[in-house]
Design a binder for this molecule. Sequence first.
Ligand code: NAG
Ligand code: NAG
Ligand code: NAG
Ligand code: NAG
Length: 377
Amino acid sequence: MSVRRHRPPIKGPVWIIALISLICLLLIGANIVPPRGYSFCYVFSGVGCKSMSEWLPLTPTREYSDAEIAARGVIRDILQTPPIHTETPKIAFMFLTPGTLPLEKLWDKFFDGHEGRFSVYVHASEEKPVHLSRYFVNRDIHSEKVVWGTNSMVDAERRLLGLAFQDPDNQHFVLLSDSCIPLHNFDYVYNYLMDTNVSFIDSYEDHGPHGSAGRYSEPMLPEIEYKDFKKGSQWFTMKRQHVMIVLSDCLYYPKFRLYCRPGMEGDKNCYSDEHYLPTFFSMMDPAGIANRSVTLTDWSERKWHPRAYQAQDITYELLKKITSIDESLHYTSDENLVLDEPCMWNGIKRPCYLFARKFYPETLDNLMNNFSNYTTI
Ligand SMILES: *[C@@H]1O[C@H](CO)[C@@H](O)[C@H](O)[C@H]1NC(C)=O
Ligand SMILES: *[C@@H]1O[C@H](CO)[C@@H](O)[C@H](O)[C@H]1NC(C)=O
Ligand SMILES: *[C@@H]1O[C@H](CO)[C@@H](O)[C@H](O)[C@H]1NC(C)=O
Ligand SMILES: CC(=O)N[C@H]1CO[C@H](CO)[C@@H](O)[C@@H]1O
């Protein structure tokens, strides 16, 4: 079931990046000075937008702006470019944390013996972490303050992606927090993520007050329509092509930056970490995402914060239960509707979760002692 193939290195991505940079510059220019009537299509083709639009396969339901046509064209091309497989494909594990990672020793155990197949990045937003594991030493990236619920969260995610993207061996990218634990052993996680074509990005419709009804606002138009606005957990895994389209997005993210934030229009609170990626990917590559997260967050208590596990909760039964869940539940705020879907992986039903949160620091010893037992369930 392996999808790894070896191709000679090609110059394609260099061109793509150059093209993206050019288009970003043009888009920034287009946004500063709205140049109605002057289209940058001429810059490229000299033949005008009419012939340009002839080769666009999409039939838009409305007329796209120049910036959208450009963005969609670039994104389509990136998605159609086959991934370049390197000799040593790696998974980038990107940790978003205030400071020292309390469960680092558990992750050390998880990584042990798998050198060369992963890389670690730590974004510590409050204080410089103390590292106990050799896999984490010198892996702190430049970081900035992260205020919960604001765009600084998405900025930090993009900063991690941008840095991890520098290593061409990184083929899949995983976002984790300081309270996340691995639920399976390294080989299981590696194969689950690498032997599939999708990104595990959560995306679903919630028409309630904590979904589009309460959080969408009209200035997002025309690029983001009400029907496009999706919700999902921020804890994603992403394949390399998807990272490329996120890093090159200089049209849709600015809309969220401006119009999806706490205190919008007086009483609206929008949290872009729960909406930007779910919306962006459901618009740009709906079939390329799994519409579910592989990180378990237990919302079953339906409180403002998810359930957090303490030392006495860590039993064989609990770990067995969460590692075997094979249906994903989405709790919406739309009359408390719960959406229940089987977790599919390459067309077969499999356990949903590779990671789980939130685990208090005090759970470390129990998890360490039981790691080799529960990860082989
Ligand atoms: C992934 O996509 C490629 C072509 O895009 C296809 O040949 C391959 O079978 C796919 N792999 C899986 C596991 O779906
Ligand atoms: C994810 O949901 C979209 C609809 O929003 C659907 O088109 C797509 O097929 C789904 N992806 C998978 C892998 O099921
Ligand atoms: C893990 O622990 C449970 C409970 O003690 C035991 O029943 C099970 O056989 C163990 N599994 C492995 C793989 O060691
Ligand atoms: C199932 C299992 O192995 N449980 C053990 C988990 O770790 C604690 C100590 O940290 C042991 O007491 C349990 O027996």
